[in-house]
Design a protein around this ligand. Structure first.
Ligand code: NAD
Length: 362
């Protein structure tokens, strides 16, 4: 196959981890007979420095002309909240997701077998295994609602953020979750706050209707506060968790921490027609940028998700995930996942080890 991939290297450790992931893409292409064309796309703080805005004109069009987008990370203290919105990297991230219609954010939280002892939960909980997929609605809800700030006579300044969801928005994300569950362990847990919020009551009723269409998938409602508790008590009970934007933002960070390191977790943001966007969940880590210290594994596993969800090539995805697991099982560690006294390797060597494993298989 021929693939065209947009590369948003971004800021901080972004370019370093993307380099290693591109090496993995090239290795997979060679091994499975694909050709890959790369298109560099400027976005984030580096774009502000180069052209004065973090989301240069034409960015979405460039990405739309590709089959998938790989993003490192954007942001850093240089482009902080004192800068105008159009110069801030976060503005660009929200804009690209919205412009490409990427309404579903998929974040697997998997405890990799070789790193079970990095799990901060009880030993017996970790031994039960963690392999859940968080499906977060990404383009609606309170993060995109109307904001208000006004003075009152007796209460000082008052602010409001509007949270709105339509049946259409809920249905499309719900369908994604049920379809994904069919490829996994066939269980969907829908997270809401239906005992308080009207948006959640609508969410729940739409999910119940969808559940009827998927009788082969086990379905349950979970209140968001209970879900936060269950993720640390017994994460092994979950397969696919689906929830709205803000709940998903918070719960996905919680779920990622129970698996050990932020440097290991990939994500995918997908829509109905535009190319999917694949990125590690971590940020630009300015504290270690340019020092060959970043763990490239999350970005490499994001490439595995790209093969699985954008290219429908599970074989390549499995091969990348297996190579990562084998390198970890052999004991290779970047600083973020090393225990005291363990030998530490850098970003480039970790990438190289994973590529070697990929090459050496069948
Ligand atoms: P961060 O994820 O960048 O870093 C948090 C901690 O984790 C740091 O100590 C860092 O060194 C470490 N870390 C992160 N990724 C690592 C990796 N691959 N290997 C080893 N260690 C790693 O979060 P932060 O410090 O809150 O944010 C830094 C910048 O990144 C901010 O400007 C923030 O806005 C931005 N950010 C961007 C994205 C994105 O591009 N999608 C996401 C989150 C944060």
């Amino acid at each position: 196959m021929n693939y065209k991939i947009a590369l948003i290297r971004g800021d901080g450790i972004g370019p370093e981890v993307v380099n290693e992931a591109v090496g993995v893409l090239d290795t997979v292409a060679e091994k499975y007979g694909h050709t890959i064309e790369y298109v560099d796309v400027l976005l984030g703080g580096c774009a502000t420095d180069a052209v004065g805005k973090s989301y240069p004109d034409g960015t979405a069009e460039k990405c739309r002309a590709c089959d998938a987008v790989l993003l490192g990370a954007v942001g850093g203290p240089k482009w902080g909240s004192d800068k105008p919105a159009e110069q801030r990297p976060e503005t660009a991230l929200l804009a690209i997701r919205k412009d490409l219609g990427l309404y579903a954010n998929l974040r697997p939280a998997v405890l990799r077998p070789a790193l079970a002892d990095a799990c901060p939960l009880k030993k017996e909980t970790a031994e039960g295994g963690i392999d859940l997929m968080m499906v977060r609605e990404l383009t609606g809800g309170i993060y995109f609602g109307q904001r208000e700030r006004y003075n009152t006579e007796d209460r000082g300044v008052e602010c409001a953020d509007r949270m709105a969801y339509s049946e259409k928005e809920i249905k499309r994300i719900g369908r994604r979750a049920f379809e994904l569950a069919r490829l996994r362990r066939k269980k969907v847990s829908s997270v809401d706050k239906a005992n308080v919020l009207e948006t959640s009551r609508l969410w729940r009723s739409v999910m119940h209707r969808l559940a009827q269409e998927y009788p082969d998938v086990q379905y349950e409602d979970v209140l968001v506060d209970n879900c936060a508790m269950q993720i640390v008590r017994d994460p092994g009970q979950f397969d696919v968790l689906v929830t709205e934007n803000m709940f998903g933002d918070i719960l996905s960070d919680e779920a990622s921490m129970v698996t050990g390191s932020i440097g290991l977790l990939p994500s995918a943001s997908i829509g109905d027609s535009a190319p999917g966007l694949y990125e590690p969940i971590h940020g630009s880590a300015p504290d270690i940028a340019g020092q060959d210290k970043a763990n490239p594994t999350a970005t490499i596993l994001s490439v595995a998700m790209m093969f699985r969800y954008s290219f429908q090539r599970p074989e390549e995805a499995d091969a990348i995930e297996r190579a990562v697991d084998e390198v970890l099982a052999e004991g290779w560690r970047t600083a973020d996942i090393a225990k005291p006294g363990e030998r530490v390797i850098g970003t480039r060597e970790m990438g190289e080890k994973i590529r070697e494993r990929l090459k050496s298989k069948g």
